[in-house]
Design a binder for this molecule. Sequence first.
Ligand code: DC
Length: 230
Amino acid sequence: MTSEESESRPRPAVALDGHSGSGKSTLARRLALALHWAYLDSGAWYRALTWATLEAGAATTSVADVLHTLSQIDITCQTDGTVLIDGRALVDEIRTPLIDTEVSNVADHQDVRKALTLRMRDLRARPEIMGVVADGRDAGSVIFPDAVLKVFVDVSLEVRAQRRFDQQSAVHSSITLPQVHDALAERDRRDACRGEAAPRVLPDSRVLDNSSNTPEEAVGRLLEWVQAIA
Ligand code: DC
C-alpha cells in the first residue's frame, strides 16, 4: 500500500455503547486520550443540533425544521469531543435542563439520525486523526458498524441511579434517590424504543461490567482489548 493510500483509508474506530449513566462517556474520553485518538461524543452532537434548532427559533418536534437547521450549519468536533457549530465550541450551552428535555425529540427523528450519522462519520476521514473512540447508544450498531472493537458498558439501573444521585444531590439538595431512579428508568424505556439505535449488546460486542470498576481499571481493561486487536 502506498503512503497516499494509507492516508486516505478511514481510521479505525472503537465503539462504546451503553445506557444513560453507565459511565461510557468517561471511559471513551479516557480511552481516546490514552490511545492519542479522537473522541466522538455522539450525544453531544444530538445536543448541539438541538441547541442550533432552538437558536433558529424552530421546533425540535418537527423533522422538517430539524433537517432544515442541519442543512444550514457546519457541524463538526474537536479531537477532545467538543462539538463545534459554525466554528463555535458548544460546552455549557448544550448541558442545560432545556436541552436535556428537548434533545429526545431530535433523537427520535429517524431521518435526522441518518443525516447526523453521516456527518459524524466524516471524522474518520481526517488525515491528522489516528483513530476514533465513539460513545453512544448506536455507536457500534449504526455509526461505526465496522468498528475494530465494540463494547457494551453494562451497569445495573440501581447502580446507575445511586451514582447519578450521588452526583446530583451535591448540587440539588432536594432531589431523592427514587426520583433519579425513575427518571433513568423512563429514559431507558424511551431509548429502548429506538429500534436499531436502541442500546443493546450486539452479537460482536464485548460486555464490560462497569458496576464495581474504577474508571482506571475499566480503561486498563479496554486498552488490553484494543492492544490485543492491533
Ligand atoms: O448521552 P447524552 O445524554 O449526551 O445524549 C443526549 C441525547 O441524545 C439522549 O436523548 C440520547 C440521544 N442519543 C442518541 O439517540 N444516540 C446517540 N448515539 C447518542 C445520544
